[in-house]
Design a protein around this ligand. Structure first.
Ligand code: CP
Length: 467
């Protein structure tokens, strides 16, 4: 199969079979890295890193050079014309005429998607704010596969800043898709965002259980477990006795502990760094003496700061430098595939752990905005080319998910375009919670950020406006 001209903006842009096929090609690249120099001759990769990077940028650039291609780069947003107010879309269109593929890291969530919408050449998201980092997930999966052959049925603990860490936000969906059980071990106040957990519990077939009570036990305090997602392939089900089945899962051992650093650059300005650091969970020799960690792979996307002690570097369970090293063959394989330099055979998919849901889309000129200030749809305000766009993921309660950054919002007022057409007197708005509102077809739905906005557009309150 040919993956030429595809984008990798979120981890869901690749199917499980495509990821497996990419790993087979990465094996080929790893076995003979010096024999690949004919594959991408004459091709140019634009490497745009508008946030700091060591591994992602340099493994992509080294990978492209090993494939025989060439690299052009920009690493300072202030030295690019974005600093003069150029839109990301214009930058993307121009770069698409200079380069054959674009790799971009940007502080705004959803920026890579906008570049992909406008560039006309394949675009790879190398990290967009706190949103996603799909190629890191490929490196993480490749590492687990090398050590454990499969991800299905493994228990993987995600540790640290689950609120802001983009690596865990891509990883979580891939783990659920491949049938892993996921343990959430956040630092205080750094829990996985609600919209991520909600998506996990509605779009995947496993069960999500909050387990704050377990933290009261002295032996659990070292291991700050906050929630568990149990894959349907687990022999222990949560439905009957959730606490007991969680204990049974933990006793069976943690297969991988995925540690992340405190993302201090993404904290709200009001948050005291010292306060966050004080309660941040540290992975050290003492923790890993626990029975559940006897055969655990200790993983970290790097860079690390204080959350993972250097004393563990020589421990055979430590995988983080291998993860970083695998970045080269994995990214070489990805570049070769998206540039059409290689074709692969996609293996048949095993049982799916995903519920396939086709959500209706909401996109109108006026109305609601994404609540995430760091979303590209709010940041590119000077130019009006990005219309806020949402998936309607629930009607009861009305829930919209931003297509750029995945943040959710729950609007309170709606109207129907069908009911008011040509009849000004029936131009009414309703509470989004009313049964009347639930009957409006998605294609006719008009959503307001507030009553004031509805009234500004000449809508009057219906008897269902205040519930
Ligand atoms: N893991 C990762 O993204 O590392 P860099 O920030 O160094 O690229």
């Amino acid at each position: 199969m040919n993956l030429a001209n595809r984008n990798l903006v979120t981890i869901d842009d690749l199917s499980n079979g495509e990821i497996e096929a990419l790993f087979s090609l990465a094996d080929e690249m790893a076995n003979s890295p010096n024999e690949q120099s004919g594959l991408c001759q004459g091709k140019i990769m634009a490497s745009l890193f508008f946030e700091p990077s060591t591994r992602t940028r340099l493994s992509f650039e080294a990978g492209m050079l090993r494939l025989g291609g060439r690299v052009i780069s920009a690493v300072d947003i202030g030295a690019s014309s974005l600093a003069k107010g150029e839109s990301i879309a214009d930058m993307a269109k121009v770069l698409g005429s200079y380069a054959d593929i674009i790799v971009i890291r940007h502080p705004w969530e959803g920026a890579a998607r906008v570049v992909a919408d406008y560039a006309g050449v394949p675009v790879i998201n190398a990290g967009d704010g706190s949103h996603e980092h799909p190629t890191q997930t490929l490196c993480d999966f490749y590492t687990i596969r090398k050590e454990r052959q499969t991800v299905k049925g493994l228990r993987i603990a995600l540790w640290g800043d689950l609120k802001h860490g983009r690596t865990v936000h891509s990883l979580i969906y891939a783990l659920a898709r491949f049938g892993a059980t996921i343990l959430f071990c956040p630092g205080p106040g750094l829990e996985m965002p609600e919209h991520v957990l909600r998506r996990l519990s509605t779009e995947y077939k496993g069960e999500l259980q909050r387990c704050r009570d377990l933290n009261q036990e002295p032996e659990r305090r070292l291991f700050p477990i906050d929630a568990i997602y149990m894959t349907p392939s687990s022999p222990h089900q949560l439905a009957m006795l959730p606490d007991i089945s969680i204990r049974v899962e933990l006793k069976a051992g943690v297969d991988a502990l995925y540690v992340t650093r405190l993302q201090k650059e993404r904290q709200a300005p009001t948050v005291e760094e010292q306060e966050l650091k004080k309660g941040y969970p540290v992975v050290d020799k003492k923790l890993l003496k626990g029975k559940e960690f006897k055969k655990t792979l200790v993983m970290h996307p790097l860079p690390r700061v204080d959350e993972l002690t250097h004393e563990l570097d020589a421990d055979p369970r430590s995988m983080y430098f291998k993860q970083a090293a695998y970045g080269m063959p994995v990214r070489m394989a990805l570049l070769a595939l998206l540039l059409g330099a290689k074709e692969v055979t996609i293996p048949e998919e095993e049982d799916s752990f995903v519920r396939k849901i086709d959500y209706p889309v909401y996109k109108r000129d006026s109305g609601v905005k994404c609540p995430n200030r760091n979303c590209v749809s709010n940041q590119e305000t000077e130019v009006r080319y990005i219309k806020p766009e949402f998936k309607i993921v629930s009607r009861e309660p009305l829930t919209l998910r931003c297509v750029y950054c995945d943040h959710e919002l729950h609007p309170r007022y709606v109207a129907s375009s069908e009911w008011h057409q040509r009849k000004l007197e029936s131009k009414k708005y309703h509470s989004a919670d009313s049964h009347f509102a639930w009957k409006i077809n998605p294609e006719n739905l008009i959503i307001f950020a507030s009553e004031k906005e509805a009234q500004a557009q000449q809508f009057k309150p219906s008897s269902y406006a205040r519930q």
